[in-house]
Write a protein that binds this ligand. Sequence first.
Ligand code: PLP
Length: 454
Amino acid sequence: MTLNPNSIEARDVAYHLHSYTNARRHEETGPIVIESGEGMYVTDTDGNRYIEAMAGLWSVAVGFGEKRLADAASRQMQKLNFYHTFTQKSHTPAIELAEKLVAMAPVKMSKAYFTNSGSEANDTMIKLVRYRSNALGQPEKKKIISRIKGYHGVTLASASLTGLPNNHRSFDLPMEGILHTTCPHYWREGHEGESEEEFASRCAADLEAMIQAEGPETIAAFIGEPVMGAGGVIVPPKIYWAKIQAVLKKYDILLVADEVICGFGRTGQMFGCQTYGIEPDIMTVSKALSSSYLPISALLINDRVYQPVADQSSEIGTFGHGYTASGHPVAAAVALENLAIIEERRLVEHAAELAPYFQDALGSLADHPLVGEVRGVGLIGAIELVTDKKAKVAMQPAGAMAAKAFGLIQANGVITRAIGDCLAFCPPLIVEKEHVDTIVDATRKGLDELLTTI
Ligand code: PLP
């Protein structure tokens, strides 16, 4: 395709290196340039309107174009556009948001620490965990266990936590001291004749074997998303988290819940931890915290983490960590308004009410010849594509089918996300039944079109 050299698309190709993009393919095809958004929809510069069935990047909970959030940003920007939170300075939006998050947490938390992205939150988590172990006189207790297909970000350290090959390849990652245990995907990883519960027990046994092999005194923390998102929406067996937590308790290992996708309603409760009975020591949140209107993220830490960290900062003279924009007043004001909207409009309750309809509608795709598994919980789901349902294998190269299906569905007016051989769905929490119908109809149509090419 030849792009008009003065077009916005050609300028993008000329000047912009994109995230998660094949740069050479991008040079050939150029971008879709999104110009505006309203509610469930975004519109591109050619005037095509799409349902955003991924809420942007799993994040725009209250929908696009919410005027209250624009007004909250404008008000705060006019009052105090920026101030920092270093050296005992503070400001009301950060204080109010910290108070609100600690109050909302599903378990007793002590403090909120602000960062600007999910990656930074998880990166900061690693630093806090190290700092704490040193404070406790356990300098050998530094390793962190994550999971294959877990997604925790892209900084050097958080990409190391991420358990996906493309986040490691050619970046010389993962770094030392980060380990990956079994992915709790029963449909793919379960053995012949093994029940879901037996599979969950095996996941916990694998974790315990890893802890034993490494030396329990060397393991500081375990991190997991209640439901894995960017690894392909992997919903663990119901009993999985109880079994994992029993192992962590036995060896005095901190539990970190990465709520960056699950937090603020996605699974039908305020936090994924509530859906799965998870009692974390640290939670990381972002995305739906501000509906991604502005970048902001946070860690919530309990006293097991805060107290030794506070002692150590006193010993050293300072907690030598912080981002210029930590707790940025405009981002914090937008997050507060966003949380107020989620509560006033009862979006978490709405997610719970609509979840059965959403899951059934996605489930109806299971009869399609190219669909191997449909999975999900609350308002998040995925279909895994195969060419042979019984052998659970997809067309080679891996990911080719989902990439094609994604394009066909997008041409039918619905934006999903291709992850490996899966297509993910994670609509804004304001989604209604008619949007679900459109999403599923467009998906079926796209899959039918794909079938004719195979
Ligand atoms: N953790 C989870 C569960 C995520 O899904 C993501 C991003 O998708 C991250 C962390 C990283 O967040 P960010 O892209 O804001 O760095």
